[in-house]
Design a binder for this molecule. Structure first.
Ligand code: HMG
Length: 386
């Protein structure tokens, strides 16, 4: 049975900042942000957008036969509740039927991949059933922190089915886990803590380890891949990992993998880190912006979640895959966004849903997108369909 990604949806909030402007405001060289880090813009989520509204908006792009849906899983590391799963809010907002397992997965940025693998196993053991996997996150480090340039917001939704129409997943995952303190977020705060340089070293060490083991286990080498996609906390990070795999490739293939990597980072350059969804944002960018990949092409995917878990796996493109993408809609989504000045972004960043029991109203001036969080009343989040 072939199982994989049948459809992919995307959502990112309606506001962004220009990172050259942010660099000037922080007293940094703009080239450090656009070349050294590899980011041009950063999505900014107002308080009326959270992981639920973004997850539902991304999933709304998919055509779901709700009678076949047996699993809804949201991967996130910026969850809104320590107990209740965001998947339940998504189920209600989208009007999905109740005969499902609905849950949330957490392991930093690896949560999206954990959800995808759970979905694959679910479909394998429940023939005819489908699974909805959504990776939704708001990456917040804080104003004028080292991590600020690597923030972002957005969600990627994937429908996992038998006989998928976009990417058939191979059963070739290699994964590795080790407890380390490179990045974490204690439950009492909404900004992450990171040992920046150490986290980048660990990302590369995990990639080297799982890539070497993958090659031993599968018998495949870099020559077997038409493209490589990476978790993209910022695009330079993925480039550093790609450079570890390239030396074993021929000159022709090095050029091809590099050109395709460039296409895979374009959405991330404009959105930033969306944690659990970043790898899949890269995959989407590659599929929608590359016109050289053909059915049967093998794509390698490296997932990394701090804390930390790394996984390498692959998939092959399915005949007719381009017909099931939403390239024009995603170009419009990105192009229609409103640019914020840095002072306005700072104001928006500070206006957040409190980590406490007080009631709260989101600013209606920022009610955009298919779903909004209007506020919190009696410690319950209030969602509205626009
Ligand atoms: P930093 O100290 O601001 O940056 O931290 P830097 O001084 O290391 O400079 C960055 C690059 O810019 C360097 O290039 C500089 O040379 C270059 P590199 O040596 O890396 O190739 N540079 C310039 N280039 C051109 N023109 C210039 C210029 N000046 C300098 N004028 C850091 C950067 C990413 C560490 C920071 O932003 C941070 O802490 N971010 C958050 C942590 C993070 O993203 N870690 C990534 C790995 S962990 C991960 O991926 C998991 C995660 O997604 C979450 C999860 O799983 O839970 C984070």
């Amino acid at each position: 049975m072939t199982i994989g990604i049948d459809q992919i949806g995307l959502y990112t909030p309606n506001w962004y900042i220009d990172l050259r402007e942010l660099a000037r405001a922080r007293g940094d060289e703009p080239d450090k942000y656009t070349i050294g880090i590899g980011q041009d813009q950063q999505a900014v989520a107002p308080s009326s957008q959270d992981i639920v509204t973004m997850a539902a908006a991304a999933a709304r792009e998919l055509t779901i036969d709700t009678t076949k849906l047996g699993l809804i899983v949201v991967g996130t590391e910026s969850g809104i509740d320590a107990s209740k799963a965001s998947a339940l809010y998504v189920q209600r907002l989208l009007g999905l039927h109740p005969w499902v397992r609905a849950l949330e997965i957490k392991e930093a940025c690896y949560g999206g991949t954990a959800g995808l693998m759970m979905a694959r196993d679910y479909v394998a053991t429940h023939p005819g059933q489908q699974a909805l996997v959504i990776a939704s996150d708001i990456a917040r480090y804080g104003l004028a922190t080292g991590g600020e340039v690597t923030q972002g917001a957005g969600a990627v939704a994937m429908l996992v089915t038998e006989a998928p129409r976009v990417l058939a997943l191979a059963d070739d995952s290699v994964y590795y886990a080790e407890e380390i303190m490179d990045f974490w977020r204690p439950v009492y705060q909404d900004t992450a803590l990171a040992r920046g340089k150490y986290s980048t070293e660990q990302y590369l060490a995990f990639f080297k380890r799982v890539w070497a083991q993958y090659q031993r286990q599968s018998g495949r080498t870099v020559a077997d891949f038409d493209a490589l996609c990476f978790h993209l906390p910022y695009t330079k990070m993925g480039l550093k990992a790609l450079r570890l795999a390239l030396p074993a490739a021929s000159a022709v293939q090095q050029a091809e993998l590099t050109a395709r990597f460039e296409r895979s980072i374009q959405y991330s350059r404009r959105i930033g880190n969306i944690y659990t969804g970043s790898l899949y944002l890269g995959l989407l960018s590659l599929l929608e912006l590359d016109d050289t990949l053909t059915p049967g092409a093998r794509i390698g995917l490296f997932s990394y979640g701090s804390g930390a878990v790394g996984e390498f796996f692959s998939g092959t493109l399915v005949e007719g895959f381009t017909a099931h993408l939403h390239r024009a809609d995603h170009a419009a989504l990105l192009d229609a966004r409103t640019r914020l000045s840095i002072p306005d972004y700072e104001t928006l960043f500070r206006d957040k849903v409190p980590y406490g029991p007080a009631d709260y109203s989101s600013d209606p001036a920022f009610f955009a997108g298919p779903f909004v969080l209007t506020g919190v009343s009696g410690q319950e989040r209030q969602y509205r369909t626009n």
